[in-house]
Design a protein around this ligand. Structure first.
Ligand SMILES: *[C@@H]1O[C@H](CO)[C@@H](O)[C@H](O)[C@H]1NC(C)=O
Ligand SMILES: *[C@@H]1O[C@H](CO)[C@@H](O)[C@H](O)[C@H]1NC(C)=O
Ligand SMILES: *[C@@H]1O[C@H](CO)[C@@H](O)[C@H](O)[C@H]1NC(C)=O
Ligand SMILES: *[C@@H]1O[C@H](CO)[C@@H](O)[C@H](O)[C@H]1NC(C)=O
Ligand SMILES: *[C@@H]1O[C@H](CO)[C@@H](O)[C@H](O)[C@H]1NC(C)=O
Ligand SMILES: [Zn+2]
Length: 360
């Protein structure tokens, strides 16, 4: 009896350790998650990566839900550069929030094993918003009839009985000029004035208050397999258009190498349609040099209702594309020589560390 129970205690102890690990590991990144699960996931990430990940609330939606991001980076006590990524500005594009969560998981894993990522975390913070349009996203989860909702949930002005403003037509970037509607029932209704919507205000305020820190602004949508560069207005060209295209085309190459998917790179008017008031254009006009819209899978076969068995490949390829742009931005800003020496030391430390850390 004694021996049995001693052994049992050991087994139980092992099981409880395992259960703790499993809790963390078992979040299914390759399913779509409703908002409450994503919120819980953020809390869990913050808990599991205390030294490097923190939730920041930076605004409220029309229905007064909190808009939150994960800030990921090492505390150095110094002013750091930054990378912006937001997902779920359009409610029905469910692959986008799935990607932001996958992206967070990947950079947190890479941080432990990849000296380059470790170095990036020292010099930059990643600000990742898994769901920007929280009200719209929740509405799209209500039932089959609301699944394809795109806008936020602000009631229309005056006599208009429809709901919702297209948040990606609401930013203060040639607002209301092209590719928008003033009809509040339209899916491209641009709102009553630039940044009239609380969700657009939240991004404008947060990013605008530290715009010199941001090297990169990536906003994630679906679908179409596109990398869009500024501007959406056909009569304006970004002053670093050549650089944006060169980096974008290389990112598309990186994407193609993962699962063979072709992404088209260009301005919105060149490869999609003209528009105004997008967050990407706003960010570029604020002086952030590398601003891109990702339109993830697919090209229309399933459209916004991308099957869950495509979440993994869609995220894997988009991750390589995003990391290409981010790495370019990083290398351009930080001194390569110093970084390489530091990386060599880190490789040694990590090579020793990894063997003992893979026990899970
Ligand atoms: C919105 O929510 C915040 C907390 O999340 C609360 O402090 C505030 O009073 C709320 N505002 C309204 C108008 O309900
Ligand atoms: C909703 O859509 C799903 C999948 O398309 C379908 O299986 C289900 O029957 C639909 N439910 C209703 C109430 O229409
Ligand atoms: C609202 O409706 C009233 C009565 O139908 C009409 O007189 C008014 O012009 C409308 N206002 C707007 C802004 O459409
Ligand atoms: C772009 O400029 C041309 C020439 O000035 C003008 O005709 C056209 O309306 C402009 N396009 C937009 C969308 O403003
Ligand atoms: C991608 O584009 C290349 C060159 O245009 C073409 O040869 C290839 O078949 C395309 N791949 C897919 C999966 O469409
Ligand atoms: Zn979109």
């Amino acid at each position: 009896m004694k021996m049995c129970c001693g052994a049992l205690a050991v087994v139980l102890l092992l099981l409880s350790v395992d259960a703790a690990t499993i809790d963390r590991v078992e979040y299914d990144y390759f399913k779509y998650h409703p908002m409450d699960e994503i919120t819980k996931w953020m809390t869990q990430i913050e808990k599991d990566y205390k030294d490097i990940a923190r939730i920041e609330d930076y605004g409220h939606t029309y229905e007064n839900r909190t808009i939150s991001l994960l800030k990921i980076g090492l505390e150095t006590g110094q002013q750091k550069k930054a990378i912006w990524m937001d997902c779920g500005i359009h409610a029905r594009e469910w692959i986008a929030p799935a990607f932001c969560q996958f992206f967070v998981r990947e950079i947190l894993q890479a941080y432990k094993t990849d000296p380059k990522m470790n170095e990036m975390m020292k010099n930059m913070d990643f600000y990742v918003t898994p769901v920007l349009n929280v009200d719209g996203y929740m509405f799209s989860w209500q039932n089959n009839e609301t699944r394809l909702w795109r806008k936020n949930r602000t009631p229309g002005p005056r006599n208009c009985t429809c709901f919702g403003t297209d948040l990606n037509r609401n930013f203060d970037a040639n607002w209301g000029t092209v590719g928008v509607s003033y009809d509040c029932c339209s899916n491209t209704y641009c709102g009553t004035s630039p940044a009239s919507e609380p969700e657009a205000q939240a991004v404008t305020k947060f990013v605008g208050s530290r715009k010199d820190d941001f090297l990169c602004f990536l906003t994630i949508h679906s679908y179409g397999q596109l990398l869009l560069v500024p501007y959406g207005h056909p009569n304006f060209t970004a002053d670093n258009y050549d650089e944006l295209m060169e980096v974008g085309l290389a990112a598309a190459d990186a994407i193609r190498q993962v699962h063979g998917k072709n992404y088209t790179v260009g301005t919105s008017p060149a490869v999609l349609y003209s528009n105004s008031g997008s967050s990407r254009d706003w960010a570029r006009m604020q002086g952030i040099p590398l601003t891109y819209t990702f339109e993830l899978r697919d090209k229309g076969m399933y459209g916004f209702v991308l099957p869950e068995d495509q979440i993994q490949p869609a995220c894997e390829e988009a991750y390589e594309g995003a990391m290409h742009i981010i790495t370019y931005a990083y290398n351009k800003t930080f001194n390569g020589a110093v970084a390489t020496a530091a990386a060599a030391v880190w490789s040694l430390i990590l090579a020793v560390g990894v063997t003992s850390a893979t026990l899970m």
